[in-house]
Ligand binder design. Structure first.
Ligand code: HEM
Ligand SMILES: *[C@@H]1O[C@H](CO)[C@@H](O)[C@H](O)[C@H]1NC(C)=O
Ligand SMILES: *[C@@H]1O[C@H](CO)[C@@H](O)[C@H](O)[C@H]1NC(C)=O
Ligand SMILES: *[C@@H]1O[C@H](CO)[C@@H](O)[C@H](O)[C@H]1NC(C)=O
Ligand SMILES: CC(=O)N[C@H]1CO[C@H](CO)[C@@H](O)[C@@H]1O
Length: 330
């Protein structure tokens, strides 16, 4: 990690400074006076967490995405439901979220070092970056200073998170509502190089696709048929909840470009992945990165899009609070 800091490309630094300026108070080194070891503490804990459970890299990256898409990156995803309020994490799209315990563990270390200083929203952002680095993906500088929100709503999570069944126009609409564009969509979908999915996220493609005349019960024609056969061996029915499939089979713990090779071969797991080849612009990107000759370009693009995503709807200054524990309000 230390070495990667030294080798940090200047271009990225400049870019991060520019994008954080746009949303005011987020800054690189925000805790340099108040908690100088914050990033180091997160990095060291993450190294231990991923060493013990490499498959947590995906879930920790996804937590930050879900956080940012609902009410902005404000750690609302971490809050537990209370009497009279069903929280985001209990919304349907969140059923499969994991990694909450690891976030709480890292936060506890930070509280021990500098109580009440580092927000859960920043912890999530740093952990997602470190998860990618530890999975052999790119490093990018994280501007800090996010504050934690006081509201978490299951209904919002269900409305604002992109559904796995989404096509490009729908996904573009949802991304645009967060200030993210078509390129961010195709680039950030590359996060599906990490992790696993449950059958209900995609098994309708195997058993119950609706044909043009409205009858259901078909196999999705946009899914490679050999691959569909393989997936059916795993997912015995549309609502089989027990089985997991790797989204980037063969390298689901490594952050690389093989996701795009799968998508290009009609082996993207979700409809939202498959949809990327039905729009000429996103298809072009998928095919370019799938060649394996532009890994550096994808890593740079991913870093840029993650920085943008980490800026979505942040609370700064005196807004919100710095939670002591990420799952409950102070
Ligand atoms: C483009 C729209 C997106 C859709 C429709 C989508 C949908 C999904 C779904 C349905 C799952 C599987 C849940 C399960 O069955 O367990 C999943 C997993 C995952 N998603 Fe996405 N996602 C999208 C974008 C993103 C973005 C932007 C990121 C991060 C930058 C991301 C990171 C992940 C990761 C890492 C996993 C694996 C989690 C694990 O291993 O438990 N996704 N996504
Ligand atoms: C199959 O799809 C149809 C139409 O979308 C839906 O009404 C039905 O409930 C689905 N069946 C299963 C088993 O999911
Ligand atoms: C509907 O379309 C499917 C395949 O596209 C076909 O097998 C089926 O016979 C059609 N049903 C009707 C009622 O036209
Ligand atoms: C791809 O999707 C974008 C956003 O919906 C749209 O503006 C563009 O026209 C689409 N391109 C093609 C070739 O369909
Ligand atoms: C991890 C987590 O909080 N999962 C919850 C998601 O939502 C369902 C209800 O929709 C809960 O049963 C899970 O515990």
């Amino acid at each position: 990690m230390a070495i990667r800091f030294l080798l940090l490309p200047l271009a990225l630094l400049v870019l991060a400074a520019a994008s954080s300026a746009a949303v005011a108070q987020l800054e690189i080194g925000f805790y340099s006076k108040t908690c100088p070891n914050a990033e180091k503490i997160v990095g060291e804990e993450m190294a231990k967490i991923i060493a013990a459970a490499p498959s947590l890299a995906g879930p920790l990256l996804r937590l930050h995405f879900h956080d940012c898409f609902v009410r902005g990156c404000d750690a609302s995803v971490m809050l537990e439901s209370t009497e009279g309020n069903v929280a985001e994490k209990d919304a349907k799209p969140n059923k499969s979220l994991r990694g909450f315990g690891s976030v709480e563990r890292v936060k506890a270390k930070l509280e021990a070092a500098c109580p009440g200083i580092v927000s859960c929203a920043d912890v999530l952002t740093l952990m997602s970056r470190d998860a990618v680095v530890l999975a052999k993906g790119p490093f990018w500088p994280v501007a800090l200073g996010r504050r934690d929100g006081r509201v978490s709503s299951a209904t919002e999570a269900s409305n604002e998170l992109p559904p796995a069944s989404g096509d490009v126009p729908l996904l573009v609409k949802i991304f645009a509502s967060k200030g993210l564009n078509l390129k961010d969509l195709v680039v950030l979908s590359g996060a599906h190089t990490l992790g696993t999915a449950h059958c209900p996220s995609f098994a309708d493609r195997l058993y119950n696709t609706t044909s043009e005349n409205g009858t259901s019960g078909f196999v999705d024609p946009s899914l490679d048929s050999e691959y569909a056969d393989k997936l059916r061996l795993k997912c015995k029915s549309v609502d089989d909840r027990t089985m997991l499939s790797e989204m980037d089979p063969g390298s689901f713990k490594t952050f690389d470009t093989s996701y795009y090779r799968h998508v290009a071969k009609r082996r993207g797991l979700f409809r939202s992945d498959a949809a990327l080849v039905f729009n000429a612009t996103t298809k072009n990107y998928v095919q370019r990165i799938a060649t394996g000759k532009f890994d550096v370009e994808f890593f740079r693009d991913f870093s840029e899009s993650m920085i943008k995503m980490g800026d979505v709807g942040v609370l700064t200054g005196a807004e919100g609070e710095i939670r002591k524990k990420c799952h409950v309000l102070n």
